[in-house]
Structure formats: structure tokens, C-alpha cells
Design a protein around this ligand. Structure first.
Ligand code: AMP
Ligand code: MG
Length: 486
């Protein structure tokens, strides 16, 4: 274990130089107070959980203090936002403080969000509010606990610094961890500004730091792009299988590592709704739940364009064509497991689609359905679940097919339950749960954020006394409009 001041920095991205990022110091927020820290994220930096209690901790993560070897920099990137190219984005309110090299030899970017203005702030104030910082913290750690690739979150610090959104709020800072914060938009920026040398430098940096195995391949760049496509296919399959709606799938919010990133007005589905739009400024539903699949492909096409100096158009096209079949295979695999099925059958996709249609028509709570399905033997579970469906004859027909399919596998109920409970969470980050925790935190009470985080860090385990976190959301909770300002 290390102490807070002992971190070893190896700032590889900073060394790329001024074409890639600009040196900026964090602007402190007043009267910093630690809202929450993640013990498992602290462990990634070899930090003892007790370090979070040190006064220095809140100072370091609120811009008041800096490690000697940190080199805070704002990264430049661009990206396609809602389908239109925005030539200049960048870290408008976040700073890459540096890359920590841990005892296991891993590098972790320390990225401080809400750290003040940078050359990329455009009209923004460089700040993040407490509400959105808590949402991003909870989601990062909750997705990770579910096994969904995500950046991590180390801590949130609150302050008395006022910021203006729809109303006056308080500034906060979020410390994010990821092996890299390079986005699709980084490649787009150097491609569209015709900085060919820098584009090459970026490619080499990403390959050597994050895809070193691709350098062993006869053609490293095609191998790299193929892996980005594969990772994204898997990531989106997780989102669709677990009902996660990102809400702002702009190419500047897509990580080159294929991890969930830049959480904004996201939502986990309560009732299943393929057409759910969680971002209230997304008028056309470009980023609706079911559109996440074609949009991910679209985003990969935008990245492919920026890689044309390295990879032939023919190879890029062939690789892009892998996305959909790879996605479908991962998705089907996850859904089969969620249904407690371990063998493949050619009718499985139809079985899943029929179920989702029945859920959509009813509506049915997406998370609870799968958990309850595993709670008892199929005939017993289905009898109870039937009450939630409107199309009873459709549900009965589905139930009969599912039971036959399940019986043919011959697993005992104990076996089936342990398999299903290992993939079907009892607890999920519902928007209303986050909102209740935020309401308390805005009054200075951080206990609910901490409790919710603790519950969500073991989403598959029964947690006696925490049953209310697994309940159906109240009606007001289903209709919550999450502000897009952050
Ligand atoms: P986002 O919608 O959070 O992905 O942000 C899109 C772009 O706007 C990024 O370049 C952000 O850094 C920038 N941005 C968002 N909010 C602010 C803010 N309050 N101040 C400065 N820049 C911001
Ligand atoms: Mg963003």
C-alpha cells in the first residue's frame, strides 16, 4: 500500500507535446469536502482506503494541491455530435492530471472533471455540478460492478463554489480513472486538421501504450482497428443486454478502448422500452435505446475515415462489416445466460425477441424480470411473472417454449439459480435512486450516495436490509427528466 503522496507518475500522453494537449492548472473549488470515494478504485492506485479520510485527499481532488510529478493538461479533440462534425472540442472542463504507474505495472489516467476553464472551454465555465458528478461516479462504479467495461471513478468532492445552470448550483469535481482517455474524436481532430505527422504519432502512442499486442501482428493498424470494432461490439451488446442507455453517443464520447465513458443523461431501463430516449435534448431519438447499435456502427465508420491514412478503404470496410455479426453473437450469448440457458439453439434469437416484444407491450420491469425468473423453478417463476403481462396468450406461448427449452438442458434449479443470479442483478442504478441520493447530497448529507454505491458494488448478491433498492420504481421515478446540463 502507498500513501497519497507516494504515487508514481509516468505521463506518457503529456510527453506527446503541445499539439496534443495544453498545460493548464486546476482552478480550486472553495471549501472542498469529500462526498464519496471508491475503495476498489483506490486499490487500483495501491492506496489504502484510509487515505480518503486524510484532509489532503479532498485538497488533491479539488484543485488545491498537486503532486510534484503530476503534469495537468487539457487534451484537444474534435468529434461528430448528433451526426454533425464539430471541428474543435477538447477537455473544456477536465484535466488529465497525469498517469499513475501502479505496483502491478498498469498505467491509470487521473482525469479531474470540473477543474476549471481551459483553451477548449468555448462558452463554458469549466465546472461540473454536484448532481452530474455524483451521477457519473455512481454509473462508472455500477457498470464496472456489473461487469460492463467502463472507466472507473475514484471520488467526488463537493464545494461551496456557486455555478449557474438552470438555477444556481454548487461546483464539484470528479476524479475519473481509465487506462486512457483517448477518444475516437482524437483521431478525427488530427485527420480533419490534416496534421498527418501528429495523427501518426497518436496512432503510435495508442498502439504502443494500449494495444502493444497489435504491434506483433504483420499489419498493426488493421489489427488495432479490428480490435476496436470487436471491443465496441461487445460493449454495445452489454448495454443492450442490461438495458443501459448512454444518451450522448457522440464520437467524442467514445473511448478508443471500448469502455463506457462520459456519462451524462444516461439511464438503465426501468420498464423495457426499445424506443426509450433518456436524453431530453435528443429530439429525433438519434440515441434511443435500440439505436445504440446502428449508432455505434456509424461512430466506428467515423473513426475509420480518420484511419484512412493507415488502412486501405477495402480493409476498413471489411472490418466494419464485422461489427453487426459480432454484436449479435455477444448479445445472444448474454441474453441466453440471462435466461439461464447454457446451450445454443437456432431459435434463441426469436425466443429473446418475442419476450422483449411482450415486455414492451405490457410494460414489464426489465431488471426484475430476469432476477425473478431465476428465483424459483421456471413453472413457479413464470406463474408469478405472468401477472405483469398484458398479452396473456402470447406470454403463455412464450412460457411453454421457454420451459421446454429450459427442461431440455436438464439443470437442477439450484444450478440454474446460481448461474442466473450470477448474471442477473438484484440491484441496478435506477435514475430515481440516484436522484434521491443527489437530493440528500445537495443538502450536505452524503450517507445515501455512499449507501447506494455500496449496494451497487455487489449487484448480484442478496443484501439483507437493502430490499428497497430492488423495488420497482415509484411512478414519479419512472417519469424523471434528467437535466442535460451538467
Ligand atoms: P459533454 O457533453 O460533457 O461530452 O461535453 C462536450 C464538450 O463540451 C466537451 O468538449 C466538454 O469539455 C465541453 N463542456 C461541457 N460542459 C462544459 C463546461 N461547463 N465548461 C466548459 N466546457 C464544457
Ligand atoms: Mg464528452
Amino acid at each position: 500500500m502507498k500513501s497519497l503522496t507516494d504515487l508514481t507518475f509516468d505521463n506518457r500522453f503529456a510527453r506527446l507535446g503541445d499539439a496534443f494537449s495544453t498545460e493548464v492548472l486546476p482552478e480550486p473549488i472553495a471549501e472542498p469536502r469529500l462526498v464519496i470515494a471508491s475503495t476498489s478504485a483506490l486499490a487500483l492506485l495501491d492506496l489504502d482506503p484510509a487515505e480518503a479520510e486524510e484532509p489532503e485527499f479532498a485538497e488533491l481532488f479539488s484543485g488545491h494541491k498537486l503532486w510534484e510529478n503530476a503534469e495537468p493538461r487539457a487534451m484537444v479533440y474534435s468529434g461528430h455530435q448528433f451526426g454533425s462534425y464539430n471541428p474543435r472540442l477538447g477537455d473544456g472542463r477536465g484535466l488529465l492530471l497525469g498517469e499513475v504507474l501502479n505496483n502491478a505495472g498498469e498505467h491509470w489516467d487521473l482525469h479531474l472533471k470540473g477543474a476549471g476553464q481551459t483553451p477548449y472551454s468555448r462558452m463554458g465555465d469549466g465546472r461540473a455540478v454536484l448532481r452530474s458528478s455524483i451521477r457519473e461516479f455512481l454509473a462508472s462504479e455500477a457498470l464496472h460492478a456489473l461487469g460492463i467495461p467502463s472507466n472507473r471513478a475514484l471520488c467526488v468532492t463537493a464545494s461551496s463554489t456557486p455555478v449557474w445552470r438552470e438555477k444556481q448550483e454548487r461546483a464539484a469535481m470528479l476524479l475519473r480513472l481509465a487506462p486512457s482517455h483517448v477518444r475516437f474524436g482524437h483521431f478525427e481532430y488530427f485527420y480533419y486538421t490534416k496534421q498527418t505527422e501528429q495523427l501518426k504519432q497518436l496512432g503510435e502512442h495508442v498502439l504502443s501504450c494500449h494495444f502493444p499486442h497489435c504491434l506483433q501482428q504483420p499489419e498493426p493498424y488493421p489489427a488495432f482497428f479490428r480490435e476496436v470494432v470487436e471491443r465496441n461490439a461487445e460493449l454495445i451488446a452489454y448495454w443492450q443486454a442490461y438495458g443501459f442507455c448512454h444518451g450522448v453517443m457522440n464520437t467524442d464520447n467514445m473511448s478508443i478502448l471500448g469502455i463506457t465513458f462520459d456519462y451524462g443523461p444516461y439511464a438503465f431501463l426501468d420498464d423495457f422500452d426499445a424506443n426509450h430516449i433518456c436524453n431530453h435534448s435528443d429530439d429525433s431519438g438519434r440515441y434511443s435505446f435500440s439505436n445504440q447499435v446502428p449508432v455505434a456502427h456509424w461512430n466506428l465508420c467515423a473513426l475509420a475515415q480518420a484511419l484512412t491514412p493507415f488502412i486501405s478503404v477495402e480493409v476498413l470496410r471489411e472490418t466494419l462489416n464485422l461489427f453487426l455479426p459480432l454484436y449479435q453473437a455477444h448479445y445472444l450469448d448474454l441474453m441466453r445466460r440471462r435466461l439461464g440457458l447454457s446451450q445454443a439453439d437456432e431459435n434463441d434469437m426469436a425466443l429473446v425477441e418475442r419476450l422483449l416484444q411482450l415486455m414492451q407491450d405490457s410494460p414489464v420491469d426489465y431488471t426484475r424480470f430476469f432476477r425473478e425468473l431465476g428465483d424459483s423453478a421456471p413453472s413457479v417463476a413464470l406463474k408469478r411473472l405472468r401477472e405483469d403481462f398484458i398479452d396473456l396468450s402470447g406470454f403463455d406461448a412464450w412460457s411453454a417454449d421457454y420451459q421446454a427449452r429450459s427442461a431440455a438442458e436438464g439443470a437442477s434449479q439450484a444450478e440454474r439459480q446460481s448461474r442466473m443470479h450470477a448474471v442477473n442483478p438484484r440491484y441496478i442504478l435506477r435514475n430515481y435512486l440516484a436522484q434521491l441520493a443527489i437530493d440528500a447530497a445537495e443538502q450536505g448529507d452524503y450517507s445515501e450516495v455512499r449507501r447506494l454505491h455500496a449496494v451497487l458494488s455487489k449487484p448480484f448478491e442478496e443484501q439483507p436490509g437493502m430490499e428497497r433498492y430492488a423495488e420497482r420504481p415509484p411512478e414519479w421515478g419512472k417519469r424523471l427528466e434528467i437535466s442535460c446540463s451538467s
